[in-house]
Design a protein around this ligand. Structure first.
Ligand SMILES: Cc1cc2nc3c(=O)[nH]c(=O)nc-3n(C[C@H](O)[C@H](O)[C@H](O)COP(=O)(O)OP(=O)(O)OC[C@H]3O[C@@H](n4cnc5c(N)ncnc54)[C@H](O)[C@@H]3O)c2cc1C
Length: 459
């Protein structure tokens, strides 16, 4: 990038907030996936106006701008492509501007860490359900850009169900306000829903209006262990079929359990091939009743062990175990290819069977866990990405897995998005007419293709 452009960028955000040293650029060259590329500069704007000026400059000078929250994305969404460009960090925009307890809404900036927001609203007996397992470090802006899910999605839905309105800086630098600050509103096309889940390709989110719920008065958590993955998968489908909707049904296979067994005190983990963490919420009476029903249902489905958490500390330990899986997996290999297919909930047993079959035939180290309650299985291949034979094998396995997912009526990504890593596979799910329509929308928003180019679909 030309020195004159870097000087202009420094002039906008101040030289302290425009980083061009290799050490700084390196830190912003990767996310939680396996792709990394070094940007020409990293900018930390303070407000919407600075972001607008940066995008106007990018349009004039034709350089790429890559929005970034905490970089916990799994598909390379915040990683620049080979032509460099600038990473635009939203971390300085971190105010919770308003929590309105009369109207159950909150107005926040995009750099607020999701877990911090959870704790702030809970102090006021309010509840913000979207809870990606990365909530202790990811941001609300990144969640909206990816339409993040999480364990609570099984009962409460995903981020798009809680975003009422947005302030967005368009790739051309203009500032728009979408949606409403009310419980409903249907004026014009729903630009909010279009931008949520657009993976930072249509605009930079600079403010979000979020819907809140009353905090459920009671929550109960249990673990159920099974001596086969098939039995656990059938239990998930049966729970949903019976119409009991827990707020979470999380699944771990044997390899995931092994990774985190230091957190699990039951003593039976040695024998378990699969584990479910099931959580219900509601009134005290309702949660007690639901727990009894679920316990019985799990035993009917051949659970070998079912235990209810007895204290807040036990619950916290359990969630620590669940949230640690993703990072603990590196004990199985230096690199991770993570996929997050989602299938109709009654097809989970078929999908789990397929994954076991792929494990046996590939000889690769495959680990699966995830939000089974909404049919979303995280399928991980642990390998050394410099081992070309293993990498080729992994690509073939993913190809087969995606074909099977679509055949079951599922989707190749439940929550992590397409980014860079799933680009070659998008046409398995989206046909050429649909893809063309999406590309036209992108061009309308971003005529010079400067905002996060090369993501979602290739040009
Ligand atoms: C351990 C672990 C567990 C995870 N668990 C879950 C889970 O349960 N559910 C789930 O859905 N995901 C999960 N993820 C993935 C990831 O945390 C989510 O996708 C999260 O929403 C990304 O937020 P972020 O702030 O890190 O965004 P980043 O990774 O920085 O960015 C993600 C995308 O959003 C864009 N973006 C970021 N901020 C903005 C903005 N303000 N305006 C426009 N575009 C923007 C970026 O350009 C990029 O395309 C997990 C990741 C890890 C590492």
């Amino acid at each position: 990038m030309k020195k004159s452009i870097l000087n202009r960028l420094e002039g906008i955000s101040g030289d302290l907030y425009c980083k061009t040293d290799m050490e700084d650029r390196l830190c912003y060259s990767y996310d939680s996936g396996y792709i990394s590329r070094i940007p020409d500069a990293v900018l930390f704007p303070a407000n919407t106006d600075e972001i607008s000026q940066i995008l106007k400059l990018a349009n004039r000078e034709k350089f790429s701008v890559i929005p970034r929250g905490a970089g916990t994305g799994m598909t390379g969404g915040s990683v620049p492509l080979s032509d460099g460009g600038i990473v635009l960090s939203l971390l300085r925009l971190k105010n919770i501007k308003k929590i309105d307890t009369d109207n159950f809404i909150s107005v926040v900036e995009p750099g607020v860490v999701t877990g911090v927001f959870h704790r702030e609203v809970e102090k006021l007996k309010l509840f913000y359900p979207p809870d990606p397992s990365s909530s202790n470090f990811c941001t609300l802006g990144g969640n909206a850009a990816e339409c993040a899910g999480g364990p609570h999605a099984v009962k409460y839905g995903v981020t798009k169900d809680y975003v009422l309105g947005l302030e967005v800086v368009l790739p051309t630098g203009e500032i728009i306000h979408t949606g409403v600050q009310t419980a409903k509103g249907v004026v014009g096309y729903d630009l909010t829903k279009l931008i949520v889940g657009s993976e930072g390709t249509l605009g930079v989110i600079t403010e979000l209006t979020l819907k809140l719920l009353p905090l459920p008065p009671s929550v109960s958590t249990m673990t159920a262990m099974f001596d086969s993955v098939d039995a656990a998968a059938c239990a998930v489908s049966e729970i949903i079929r019976q119409g009991v909707i827990p707020r979470t049904i999380e699944y771990m296979d044997r390899a995931s359990i092994k990774c985190v067994e230091r957190f699990l005190d039951s003593g039976i983990v040695e024998k378990a091939e699969a584990l479910l963490i099931i959580e219900v919420d509601g009134t005290v009476r309702q949660t007690k009743e639901d727990m009894l029903n679920l316990k019985e249902l799990c035993f009917d489905q051949k659970a070998v062990f079912v235990e209810t958490a007895k204290s807040k500390a036990e619950v916290e330990k359990l969630w620590k175990a669940r949230k640690s899986i993703s990072s603990s997996l590196f004990c199985y290999g230096p690199d991770k290819i993570n996929e997050d297919i989602v299938v109709p909930r009654n097809r989970i047993p078929d999908m789990v069977k397929k994954i076991e079959e792929l494990k046996d035939k590939s000889g690769l180290y495959l680990v699966s866990f995830g939000h089974a309650g909404d049919g979303n299985i995280h399928f991980n291949i642990m390998l050394d990405k410099t081992d070309k034979t293993a990498f080729k094998k992994a690509e073939l396995i993913i190809d087969e897995l995606f074909d099977y997912t679509v055949r079951l009526g599922g989707s190749i990504s439940g929550e992590h998005g397409i980014g860079i890593t799933k680009l070659p596979f998008i046409t398995k799910e989206i046909n050429s007419v649909e893809l063309d329509l999406m590309k036209k929308i992108k061009t309308l928003f971003d005529p010079n293709n400067i905002l996060n180019p090369g993501k979602i679909f290739p040009y």
